[in-house]
Ligand binder design. Structure first.
Ligand SMILES: [Ca+2]
Length: 417
């Protein structure tokens, strides 16, 4: 009940035509969910998960819709902050009086952030940085509407990326402005992973997520160290699950996903955790496995999605939550820091709208019951990112998501007992 009130309060701050950054247009079609109980899920018993508190960082730094904050390999002092309109800023998060940040890259002119879910959505440094001074950017552009994965060259001092160095690796035409994914990141195997949404509108009207001839509604895995046989600027790893399958794009690693806005590898186990944004009722946490079908649009969470279709077997979520508790999942991170030992191995995720932050543990392959471990009302949680030391930084929009709205950065720290 309390959760419903919280969600309604947050929703009131948000314009009618855009309920969520990672689910804008479709979000407008979201209705108050009917009362429906989660089917009995068997939860594991695990140690209590410590409560967390939001501690503001860089409080004086003006930010526009920050959607990610990461560190550069080899540099534990700086934060690289993405602004959705298309800028990357560098700032030292230990300084409280920073009012202006250095610009690492500004591609606002080529980024289209016209739609609520459009813009510069995520970046990744090459894992061998600075030996390979490469930055990977995933963003949306217009005329025609499309998603782009590009590589940029970083300067020798690591403080800037050259806009003129852009090499486009992959382009995905986008039928609608919403559901563009998308996280780009490198796996422990050195390959690049990218999440793409189902193309947008609502209900996956073109049935893309279950169609193997499109990147939409998929997680991709590519080798950016090599050129491809057909002249592609990347290669497809030979052990990708759909290599050689008639009618299937070989880049596909997993499918049947609706709109994975955020996903992350557990640096210890190598598991790939994702938050897949739901349609009408259920938001889900999933472990992304090779070749698995996550069921959209035949399934939403653990449930049949009426009017959808698809052939199982379907990979079930790890956990889900109802729209009483939030409206748009922001996948997070498995905590592997040392500052809060009792948090080790906990997967921490949030809801963009209700600003709830949950934690779960996996015990013998089963999740513990999701526990709310923090909340920050009025701050819409766009991303939870891990620093080199394992500490977590939250990027948030303040007071709603109107265009040009200010944003904030927070460190998640242990709450007083
Ligand atoms: Ca789209």
């Amino acid at each position: 009940m309390l959760a419903a009130i919280v969600a309604a309060t947050a929703l009131a701050l948000i314009p009618q035509d855009s309920v969520k950054p990672n689910d804008g247009a479709a979000g407008a079609r979201k209705r108050a969910a009917p009362a429906e109980e989660t089917p009995a899920q068997e939860f594991a018993k695990g140690d209590a998960i410590p409560k967390l508190r939001f501690e503001r960082i860089l409080p004086e730094l003006p930010l526009v819709r920050p959607v990610q904050a990461i560190q550069q390999p080899g540099d534990a002092a700086s934060l690289f902050i993405l602004e959705q309109p298309g800028r990357i800023l560098i700032a030292d998060p230990s300084k409280r009086d920073t009012k202006e940040a250095a610009v690492f890259l500004d591609i606002r002119e080529r980024v289209n952030d016209g739609g609520n879910e459009e813009g510069l959505l995520s970046i990744a440094f090459h894992p061998d940085f600075p030996r390979k001074r490469e930055l990977y950017c995933y963003y949306t552009a217009s005329k025609p509407r499309r998603s782009i994965l590009s590589r940029f060259t970083v300067s020798e001092d690591g403080r800037s990326a050259d806009p003129a160095s852009e090499q486009v690796l992959l382009v995905q035409p986008q039928p609608y402005s919403n559901h563009n994914g998308g996280t780009v990141l490198f796996g422990p195997d050195g390959y690049l992973y990218l999440s793409l949404g189902d193309g947008g509108a609502a209900n996956d009207p073109h049935h893309y997520a279950q169609s193997m001839d499109t990147f939409l509604g998929k997680v991709l895995r590519i080798d950016v160290a090599k050129a491809g046989e057909a002249g592609d600027p990347y290669a497809v790893p030979a052990d990708n699950p759909f290599v050689g399958k008639e009618g299937a794009k070989p880049e596909i690693w997993a499918y049947g996903t609706r709109n994975i806005w955020r996903m992350a590898f557990d640096p210890k186990t190598g598991d790939l955790w994702a938050g897949d944004v739901g349609q009408n009722i259920w938001e889900e946490v999933s472990l992304i496995r090779k070749g698995a079908n996550y069921g959209w649009n035949a399934r939403e969470g653990f449930h049949e999605f009426k009017g959808g279709k698809g052939e199982g077997p379907f990979e079930e979520p790890v956990v889900e939550y109802h729209h009483r508790e939030g409206m748009s999942i922001t996948g997070g991170q498995v905590y592997r820091g040392t500052a809060i030992p009792a948090l080790d191995g906990v997967y921490i995720y949030a809801d963009f709208v209700s600003s709830n932050v949950w934690g779960i543990r996996m015990v013998d392959g089963k999740p513990t019951k999701p526990a709310i471990i923090a909340q920050k009302r009025g701050e819409l949680i766009a991303s939870i990112d891990a620093m080199h030391d394992g500490s977590l930084v939250v990027s948030a929009f303040t007071g709603g998501q109107e265009k040009g709205n200010p944003g904030t950065l927070w460190k998640l720290v242990e709450a007083p007992k």
